[in-house]
Write a protein that binds this ligand. Structure first.
Ligand code: UD1
Length: 322
């Protein structure tokens, strides 16, 4: 049997490199396509050593369609996992044109090039941001209301349609995976290097001797702080492998979360405990604009369609960061 080769856009990123790790562990070959704008070559170096393999890294932007086409011609991948994107919600408000160019237009072009090169499998990284800021305290279902409130969420939501058109072409296969709040790391070398999310922000503050901040303590939740579905990046990687190996038709979109909510206060307490800093003062400020009180995944579809459920507990995810 020949080894399957998968092209991973954004494969030097936090999520992409974990997908690469999972695919390599399962015996697949990977080719990494990454601009290194946020990706790190050191993550690929780590994987090369871990698997004793010469993992190709093509350093190029996904808007460089000529290079993308040449990469497909050269490596003839069996499938594509497309994680490359701009992902900062706040930044997307100021740079919406660029977010649509990278997350929507480039994705649409990549799919067209994939088709021309006879690639039949495409797995897309989408996001819970497609649900926007729901009023409801019910877990989000894939076919429920979608109302993204940022250009980031909107660009991903619109890109899902291009993926859906591709995977519903006879002979093609794939899905869009909507990640909830991703945490954890498989190894120190693969840690999240961005400082846009709650756990990295809190850790960064503690390292500088500063107090973590809670944005809003008057939400209609048991402890007054926002509830999110924090899913381990290793589970995100496992979900990609399950989608890549699925032999039956997958739903167009699937939530990838744990189905369990955790509050900001719970997360900060866990991080303080893990760092032996439980006596640190925590600052409480006003709500941050646009934050829903509750955003959790209904996880039934990924379970029924590909037998996927998350494995890692929140405690394990937080501990994996040290
Ligand atoms: C949002 C996006 C998500 C995206 C992520 C990337 C939505 C619905 N979700 O998630 O798709 O991947 O941004 O940036 O748009 N918080 C504090 N103090 C802090 C930092 C955060 O209290 O210092 C709180 C926030 O108010 C929020 C929770 O922690 O309630 C999680 O925040 P964050 O990690 O930024 O993610 P989301 O806003 O949930």
């Amino acid at each position: 049997m020949t080894t399957q080769t998968w092209l991973l856009t954004g494969g030097a990123g936090y999520i992409g490199s974990h997908v690469a790790d999972e695919f390599l562990a399962s015996g697949k070959d990977v080719v990494i396509y990454d601009s290194l704008y946020q990706g790190l070559e050191s993550r690929i170096e780590y994987l090369r050593k871990k698997y004793n393999k010469d993992i190709p890294l093509i350093v190029a932007d996904i808007r460089d369609l000529d290079t993308f086409n040449k990469t497909l011609e050269q490596y003839k991948p069996y499938g594509i996992v497309h994680t490359a994107a701009l992902k900062a919600v706040g930044e997307s408000m100021e740079k919406s044109d660029e977010y649509f160019q990278v997350n929507l237009e480039a994705t649409t072009e990549l799919i067209a090039i994939a088709k021309r090169n006879n690639v039949k499998k495409f797995i897309f990284s989408s996001t819970a941001a497609v649900y926007g800021s729901p009023d409801s305290m019910d877990p989000c279902k894939e076919d429920g209301p979608k109302a993204p409130i940022s250009p980031y969420g909107d660009s991903k939501y619109q890109a899902e349609s291009a993926v859906t058109a591709f995977i519903n072409t006879p002979g093609n296969h794939g899905t869009s995976l909507r990640f909830f709040n991703v945490v954890g790391a498989a190894a120190p070398e693969l840690l999240d290097n961005s400082v846009e999310n709650l756990v990295p922000i809190v850790l960064g503050k503690l390292n500088k001797g500063e107090a973590p901040t809670i944005f809003g303590t008057d939400y209609p939740t048991p402890d007054g702080t926002c509830i999110r579905d924090y899913v381990d990046v290793r589970d995100i990687a496992r979900a990609h492998l399950a989608a890549a190996n699925a032999t039956t038709k997958l739903p167009d979109t699937m939530n990838i979360g744990t189905g369990r909510g955790a509050s900001v206060r719970e997360i900060i307490t866990l991080v303080l405990e893990a760092t032996n800093k439980s006596d640190t003062q925590v600052i409480e400020t006003d709500r941050r604009a646009g934050d829903p009180a509750f955003l959790c995944a209904d996880i039934n579809l990924a379970k029924s369609a590909m037998g996927f459920t998350s494995q890692y507990s929140l405690e394990e995810s937080v501990r994996s960061l040290f």
